[in-house]
Design a protein around this ligand. Structure first.
Ligand code: GLN
Length: 388
């Protein structure tokens, strides 16, 4: 570590930009930039002690070094974090007041009986700046939002072969439609047929329990170490109402679509298990921030997937992530996103961060209604559309 540079950044910080704030309370300052969770709270709580002491302790931690330099030189990706989060809150509160439309997903009781008034939102920047509002720690099943992550894992394992099994075009039909492309492949990895296929490719030589463990461990890396839950009753319900997914798997097997040796019952089981993982908006915002950050975890610093895999995933989320609404979404909102029938959407703003939102009532296409309203409002306020 270049201690000289580090120290000079700190002294610059000390003498110019932030001295008054630091003197007041460095803890409050880190909170205001959304980064307090990354530092030991007790270390910075009563910052009556010297900056040099703080710097000394932090400089022993190489992971925090770059981040501290960014903090001290005012180079965090979201610079005026308080103003930014005030704006997010304003939009969130406005959408919260709009009347409920649509209804919860009806195909399983665990989704049908959820309180439709739940509403949560989280943001995580590529520098790890975090903000949440509403029911952001409420757990729900990840459903289709796991599809981009399964795609990433399968692509990392089979970079050359994967797209021999799965297409890259929007399907133009509902997410669980019994339809394949001209080559007899699923249209893309963001719909059911495609995700069932990605499941068939992940660690296909291993036993089912090893495959599930592998996926869980890898997904945890996306969220910077927070473990994904598993909702067994959602899994059992998914499995017992899965005629369409079984039909899709049989059609794909009939078209000789699966890799050799695939057992479709096992593949479907793995798919249902993955859809039944529990998450929160807080977790998903860090997962999406990893994609916004070229595949590197913004919390743990680890390169979870390659930059290329992340780019490919975002391209498909952009063109296919919102079911049969993907075209309008790309046109109007203009950022890669994925939705799930539990009422969740996470949208990735490349090189900035990720916003995830949860509101259980969905429309006829399977997208969260308030989620879409939120992002529509967001892009009127912020220049996030890719082609702005
Ligand atoms: N478990 C659901 C299914 O396989 C996931 C669908 C979704 O979120 N669109 O049908």
């Amino acid at each position: 570590m270049d201690m000289y540079k580090f120290q000079s950044c700190c002294s610059e910080f000390w003498t110019t930009t932030l001295e008054p704030k630091y003197n007041k309370n460095f803890y409050e300052y880190l909170t205001s930039v959304g980064l307090i969770h990354l530092f030991q709270k007790d270390l910075v709580q009563d910052v009556q002690y010297e900056l040099s002491e703080f710097v000394q302790q932090m400089s022993n931690n190489t992971e925090k070094h770059d981040l501290l330099v960014k903090i001290f030189t005012n180079k965090l990706v979201v610079q005026n974090f308080t103003e930014y989060t005030d704006n997010l809150s304003k939009i969130f509160n406005k959408i919260k007041e709009t009347p409920l439309k649509g209804s919860t997903a009806s195909y399983i009781p665990q989704l049908a009986n959820v309180d439709p008034n739940l509403f949560g939102m989280s943001f995580c920047s590529i520098d790890g700046q975090r903000f949440s509002i509403g029911d952001s720690t409420c757990k729900f099943s990840i459903q289709s939002c796991v599809k981009p992550l399964l795609y990433c894992l399968a692509l990392e394992e089979h970079p050359e072969e994967l797209h021999r099994f799965i297409g890259r075009e929007p399907s133009g039909v509902k997410f669980n439609s019994l339809s394949l492309n001209e080559q007899g492949q699923p249209h893309n990895p963001m719909i059911n047929a495609g995700a069932i296929m990605t499941c068939s490719l992940i660690k296909k030589e291993k036993a089912l329990y090893e495959r599930f463990d592998y996926i869980s461990r890898r997904l945890q890396e996306f969220s910077g170490g927070i473990e994904f839950g598993f909702n067994n009753s959602v899994y059992l319900s998914e499995k017992s109402t899965a005629d369409t997914n079984f039909a899709l798997a049989y059609i794909m097997r009939g078209a000789h679509g699966f890799p050799k040796g695939s057992d479709i019952n096992e593949v479907l089981d793995l798919y249902f298990q993955c859809c039944s993982m529990d998450v929160t908006t807080e977790m998903l915002s860090t997962v999406g921030a990893t994609l916004a950050n070229k595949g590197q975890s913004v919390v743990a610093g680890k390169q979870v997937i390659s930059n290329k895999t992340s780019r490919n995933c975002l391209s498909l989320m952009y063109s296919c992530g919102m079911y049969d609404y993907s075209g309008v979404w790309a046109f109007d909102i203009g950022i890669p996103a994925k939705s799930g029938v539990s009422g969740v959407i996470y949208a990735v703003i490349p090189n900035i961060g990720c916003i995830s939102i949860y509101s259980p009532n969905i429309d006829a296409l399977g997208n969260s209604i308030k989620g879409i309203e939120f992002f529509r409002e967001l892009v009127t306020e912020f220049d996030y559309h890719t082609f702005n």
